[in-house]
Write a protein that binds this ligand. Sequence first.
Ligand SMILES: NC(=O)c1ccc[n+]([C@@H]2O[C@H](COP(=O)([O-])OP(=O)(O)OC[C@H]3O[C@@H](n4cnc5c(N)ncnc54)[C@H](OP(=O)(O)O)[C@@H]3O)[C@@H](O)[C@H]2O)c1
Length: 421
Amino acid sequence: MTPGSKLALRREYDIVLMGATGYTGALIAEHIATNLPTDLKWAISGTSRSKLEHLAEKLTKFGDRIQPAIEVVSVEDGVRLASIIGQARVCISAVLYSLAGEQIVRACVEERTDYVDCASTPVIIQAWIRKYHDKARKNKVALIHACGASIAPLDLMVWLAAREIDEKWSLKIRDVTLRLDEINTNISGGTLRSIIGHAALAPKLVKETQSPSALCPVTHTGEPSAIAGVHHNPSLGWLAASSLTADQDRALIYRTWGLLQDTDNSYGPSFSFNEYEKASSVLGGLGLFLRSYLIAFIMSLARIPFLRNFVISRTPAAGSGPDAEAAKSVPVSMEATAVADERGSLGSKSPKIADVKFLYPNGYYPVTALFMAQAAASLLFKRRLEGNITGGCLTPAILGSDFVERTQSVGVQWTVQLQDS
Ligand SMILES: NC(=O)c1ccc[n+]([C@@H]2O[C@H](COP(=O)([O-])OP(=O)(O)OC[C@H]3O[C@@H](n4cnc5c(N)ncnc54)[C@H](OP(=O)(O)O)[C@@H]3O)[C@@H](O)[C@H]2O)c1
């Protein structure tokens, strides 16, 4: 399906937003109402009519535009779900993915509706890849996974570094080192439920699905190259290998690498990615390790059913999370340095490097909403997928430059600097 195809034009909605009454879903709805064209035909969907009507009422304050239709459905009602998704050109899913995610993915593949989510758990994404990637490719449906704040900026920073190095020096990339500046501690009820659900999984399964090639269409043969402990990087300062998300983020970024392998947009055969946390000093880095061990220990308690059920019973209801001020209070920022792969090229004296910075000043959930809505807009209005890909289980970077430009136009700051001295 391409924008403007007969199939796409016959559909009643440009976008349907599933899970609109959730914490993230409501922010996505607000972003759409504030930033997408006023003649956009869209629908908000969830299980509760009263919650949807309340949201629709709030959305009227965002001005003179086509207001969203209300579609009440629970994902257990497969026939109605398919009929709603089949009326839309793009579906955004902001439901709890472990409970209600798969039914929506399946309906999108069958109804040939492009799709965006912010699922970032490799266990879930690997299961979807195994079940739906081939059919989505055959049906030319783009399923953009992991399009939230936890993965999309990282994935796009690597993609930007690869593009800039290719354009400037006609080289592929080798090692990418990324520094996370803050971890988001202001979390929503849905995120907390996802974290608890993930922590309760068997450690062996989690480890397997986070291995470098677990989500990759081809095997990544590079040796693990993360530097253990605390070290100093000339561009990025003190770094601690204490990030609890480093392995899962690498697995998703290697999926992008694998999807682009053998295309004009390939990162190259020597690509590797390592993620660290920003440390103030060696001592500060040790403090980050202590914090990570403590969080990992607390999360391991979720494997005890009694404790897990107790915590879940006290988790805030769907739709709850930090208030608007708190949600915006912590900027999302990170920086990466990518080294060009010059092995095989003659006469190189100093490494050629791309430094990429990402900054969104107004918080983790607002930028997740921004990414999800703008990814949907990119699929709707442009649908230019990298590497001439036409469909499948994909990653945010596959939306390429159109996606980067759209996020930039609504407040994301991307900075790229090239150095070869
Ligand atoms: N990776 C990232 O960067 C990132 C960032 C933000 C969020 N997330 C993920 O996004 C997901 C949503 O988080 P949240 O905090 O927004 O969750 P939430 O507030 O609990 O909202 C969940 C939504 O799912 C809907 N839902 C639940 N069961 C359903 C069913 N059977 N059929 C249809 N809809 C159903 C709920 O609808 P009702 O209200 O009608 O029950 C609600 O709208 C979580 O998995 C979270 O981990 C990821």
